[in-house]
Design a protein around this ligand. Structure first.
Ligand SMILES: N[C@@H](CCC(=O)N[C@@H](CS)C(=O)NCC(=O)O)C(=O)O
Length: 509
C-alpha cells in the first residue's frame, strides 16, 4: 500500500493498526525486503518469503486474477526452476479434496475445484485486493476497510428511512454484482446490520419489522410480527394449547379478551391531554377494570384457578350453531361468510339496538358477537373465525402456516382498531386530526405493506391460496373503504384479493 502511494496514516487506518506499527513494518520491508507475519495456530506456512513476494507481485499485477490464473503464471514464471510440486498443486486446486462428516458418517472425497487453499498467503491477499476496489462501486454509502471486515455505513434521519433502505440496498446490490462477478460471496450469515443513534430515533424506525412494530419472531430466516399470533405458535410448540378445536377457541377467546382490556387501558398512555387522561383513568379504575376482572375472576373460580376449563368436547357434525350479533355486518360478518363458505347451517340471530341494554348483562363480557355450538358458548370474533376456519378447511396445514395467517389477521385488526378509534371519536376537532393522520400516515403505511404481501402471495394474503385471512379482510372491507374509498385504485394487489374472495364466495352462497 505504501508503494501504491498511501500515507502511513491511511494505511494504519485501513489495517486498523497504529502508525508506529505500520512504520516499523515499512522500514523492515524497505531495508530487508521482508515482512513478518505473526505465527498463527493454523497450518504451517508452506511458502518462503521470496515465493510470497513473487506471489504478491503476480496477484497485484492483475487485480481480478483468479487463483488458477495466478498459479498458471507462477508455473510459467518458474520455468526451469525447481518448484515445490505440492505447493503448485495446492494453488492450482487440482489435488485438493474434501469430504463431509455428519453424525460420524464420512462421505467419499471429492475434488475441490475452487477457493483459496486454507493457510496460504493468497487468502488475505486476494481478499484485500478484491475488496479494496469496492469503494468505487458505492454510490450512496461510505465504507471502512479493516483486515477481514468491510463496513459500509450510511447516515439518515428516521423520517427518511424508506429512502435510506432503498439506497443502502442499492449499494449492497451493486457490491453483490461485483462480488459475484469475481466469485466472491456476500455471506448473509456473516453480515450484520448495526443501527447507531438516540433511542427516540431508533424506536421510530421500521427497519426489519414487517409492520414497524415489536416484537418480531424469527425462525430459520423467516420473520413475523404480532405478539398474540407468535404466542399461539410458541404455545403449540410447548404443548400449551387445547386438546381439540373447541378448547383452542376457548383459549383464543380468553387471550383476545385480555387483549381487549389491554388496548382499552393503553389509551391512557397515548392520551396527551392531562385532563382527558385523568378522566380516562377514573373511568378505567371505576368501570372498565372492575367489569373485566369480576368476570375473569368468576371464570377462574369456576375453573379451579385457571382461565380456561380444558374439558374435552367432542365435535358433532350435526351441531346446532347460533351466531348472535347486531343487525349489521360488523365483527360477525367474517364468521357468517366462513360458515357460508363451508355450507354450514347456522341460526343468524340479530339483536336490535333497542333490545341490547336488556341483553348486555347476560353476555360473557357484555359484547357481541357470541357463538354457540350445542350447549357451548364462545365469544371474541377472531377466535371464533379461527375455529370456524378449521372446520371449513381454510386454516393452515401446519403451525407455521397458521402463524402466518394469524399475523396478517392481527395486523389488519390493528389497522381496523385505528379506524375504529376515528369512528368512535365524538369531538369534531379531534376527529379531524385523527382523520388526517389516518389518511396520510396510518392507512398508507399498513396498506402498502399488506399490498406487498398480497403481491407476494399471488392475490391472497397468505400461503398463496385462499385462507380465512382473505375472508376476514374481505368481510371487514366495507367499514374500512368508507374512510378510505381510493383503496383499490391505489393498491391493486389488495383489489385482487377482494376479487378472488368475491368470485369464490359467489359460488358458495
Ligand atoms: N374483541 C371483541 C370486540 C367485540 C365488540 O367490540 N363488540 C361490539 C360490537 S362491534 C359490542 O358488542 N358493542 C356493544 C357494547 O359494548 O355494549 C371481538 O372481536 O369480538
Amino acid at each position: 500500500m505504501r508503494e501504491a502511494g498511501l500515507s502511513l496514516r491511511e494505511i494504519a487506518h485501513r489495517v486498523n493498526r497504529n502508525v508506529s506499527t505500520v512504520l516499523r513494518c515499512w522500514s523492515k520491508w524497505s531495508e530487508e525486503g521482508v515482512q513478518h507475519r505473526r505465527r498463527g495456530s493454523g497450518r504451517p506456512r508452506r511458502t518462503t518469503d521470496r515465493e510470497e513476494r513473487r506471489l504478491r507481485l503476480l496477484a497485484t499485477r492483475d487485480r481480478f486474477s483468479t487463483t488458477r490464473s495466478i498459479a498458471n503464471d507462477w508455473m510459467r514464471a518458474q520455468n526451469e526452476e525447481e518448484i515445490d510440486q505440492d505447493m503448485i498443486n495446492e494453488l492450482d486446486g487440482n489435488n485438493r479434496q474434501q469430504c463431509v462428516v455428519i453424525d460420524q458418517q464420512r462421505s467419499s472425497f471429492r475434488p475441490i475445484r475452487a477457493g483459496v487453499p486454507q493457510g496460504s498467503i493468497l487468502g488475505p491477499l486476494l481478499y484485500s485486493i478484491y475488496t479494496s476496489t469496492f469503494a468505487k462501486y458505492l454510490k450512496f454509502t461510505n465504507c471502512h476497510f479493516y483486515a477481514a471486515d468491510t463496513q459500509i455505513y450510511y447516515s439518515f434521519f428516521p423520517t427518511n428511512v424508506e429512502r435510506a433502505c432503498e439506497e443502502m440496498n442499492n449499494d449492497i446490490e451493486r457490491l453483490h454484482t461485483i462480488a459475484t462477478k469475481h466469485s466472491l460471496c456476500l455471506n448473509p450469515t456473516k453480515t450484520d446490520l448495526i443501527l447507531f443513534g438516540p433511542k427516540r430515533y431508533r424506536m421510530d424506525l421500521t427497519l426489519p419489522m414487517p409492520f414497524g412494530t415489536l416484537p418480531i419472531y424469527e425462525e430459520n430466516g423467516k420473520i413475523v410480527s404480532q405478539s398474540v399470533a407468535i404466542a399461539r405458535y410458541v404455545a403449540k410448540k410447548v404443548g400449551l394449547t387445547g386438546d381439540n378445536n373447541w378448547e383452542d377457541l376457548e383459549i383464543d377467546a380468553m387471550v383476545d379478551t385480555i387483549n381487549d382490556l389491554r388496548i382499552k387501558l393503553s389509551g391512557i398512555y397515548e392520551e396527551k391531554n392531562e385532563k382527558r387522561k385523568q378522566d380516562l383513568k377514573t373511568t378505567h379504575l371505576t368501570e372498565t377494570i372492575p367489569f373485566y376482572l369480576e368476570r375473569l375472576n368468576n371464570i377462574a373460580e369456576k375453573n379451579g384457578g385457571f382461565l380456561v376449563a380444558g374439558k374435552c368436547f367432542v365435535l358433532d357434525m350435526a351441531s346446532l350453531i347460533k351466531l348472535t350479533y347486531f343487525d349489521i355486518k360488523g365483527l360477525a360478518e367474517p364468521i357468517r361468510l366462513l360458515l357460508k363458505y363451508g355450507q354450514i347451517e347456522f341460526e343468524d340471530i340479530r339483536i336490535s339496538k333497542e333490545d341490547w341494554p336488556e341483553q348486555k348483562p347476560s353476555k360473557p363480557f357484555g359484547q357481541l358477537p357470541i357463538y354457540q355450538e350445542n350447549d357451548k358458548l364462545a365469544w371474541q370474533s377472531t377466535a371464533i373465525c379461527r375455529y370456524v376456519a378449521k372446520k371449513v378447511k381454510l386454516a393452515g396445514s401446519n403451525d407455521w402456516e397458521d402463524l402466518e395467517i394469524d399475523a396478517v389477521v392481527d395486523t389488519y385488526r390493528d389497522l381496523n382498531h385505528k379506524v375504529g378509534e376515528y369512528n368512535r371519536e365524538t369531538n369534531s376537532e379531534r376527529k379531524q386530526q385523527l382523520k388526517e393522520s389516518l389518511l396520510n400516515e396510518t392507512i398508507p403505511f399498513y396498506l402498502k405493506r399488506l399490498d406487498n404481501i398480497a403481491k407476494e402471495n399471488n392475490g391472497y394474503l397468505a400461503l398463496k391460496k385462499l385462507t380465512w385471512a382473505d375472508i376476514y379482510f374481505y368481510a371487514l372491507l366495507e367499514r374500512f373503504a368508507q374512510v378510505y374509498p381510493q383503496i383499490f385504485v391505489e393498491y391493486i394487489n389488495l383489489a385482487r384479493v377482494r376479487k378472488n374472495v368475491h368470485i369464490i364466495l359467489q359460488k358458495c352462497i
